[in-house]
Design a protein around this ligand. Sequence first.
Ligand SMILES: [Zn+2]
Length: 298
Amino acid sequence: MKKHLLILAFLILCVGFKASYAQDFSKVEIKVTKVAGSVYMLEGAGGNIGVSVGPDGMLIVDDQYAPLADKIKTALKTLGEGKLKFVLNTHYHPDHTGGNIAFGPDAPIIAQTNVRKRLSEEQKSKFFNLTMPASPKEALPVITFDNAVSVFFNGEEIKVIHFPHGHTDGDSIIFFTGANVVHMGDDFFNGIFPFVDLEAGGDVEGMTKTVGDILSKLPAGVKIIPGHGPLSDADGLKAFHNMLVQTTDIVRKRIAAGKTLDQIKAEGLPEEWKTWGSRFIKTDVWLTLVYNSLSAKH
Ligand SMILES: [Zn+2]
């Protein structure tokens, strides 16, 4: 029963999929936060939305769920009357792309090649035991790229860079180079264990490498929008990286010592990681993801 509830929580809060439409979206409020320069963050249900607002109009990064589209549009109006010009998708998960169907007819959707590929085809998830149907044409990205693309918008270069095999195989991280803001997509869950979609090309060590690479290049004073959790900064991302390194190391050593997944879960994690498992991904699920990710390579 507990496991059942846990899976339901994933469905609703982390990845969405079909069950998301059973959620009561009428209670969801969209919270608007100014981040820096022309960049804002919207929180509702699902992944955090980044917004660029200025003389060129609006650009959004991710769009949560279709039933929230009207509320998101209302929230965007409070930021100005500018027209929506571009939609970026950080990855294919429905809690980040569910609104594509509502925003796609208004503005071109831009995403990494694998995002369009996955949205175009039925996706089966063994982890969630469900099937996601292919998206209709109007919800698909119409501009795709393999490695990187830039959008010159509202007086700055918005760099969209692909990082392979982290949360999924189609992750992009968005750099608002003028505002000094980074939207990490789901390669950053602020203060909580992340979901890693191993069935869609995700990899725990890949995510750790991506986060480490980003950390080594961050300009001073940068603000960071995580895929999930509150607005953050370099210190918050450092804490997430430290968690990834330390907890993966624990699992790696236990595997090397010949321990089974059940034994590894029974031993749990040190107290310092307790709060990280208090939300979507509980400690034993995180240990399972790390174990499966490491085992897949051997
Ligand atoms: Zn995701």
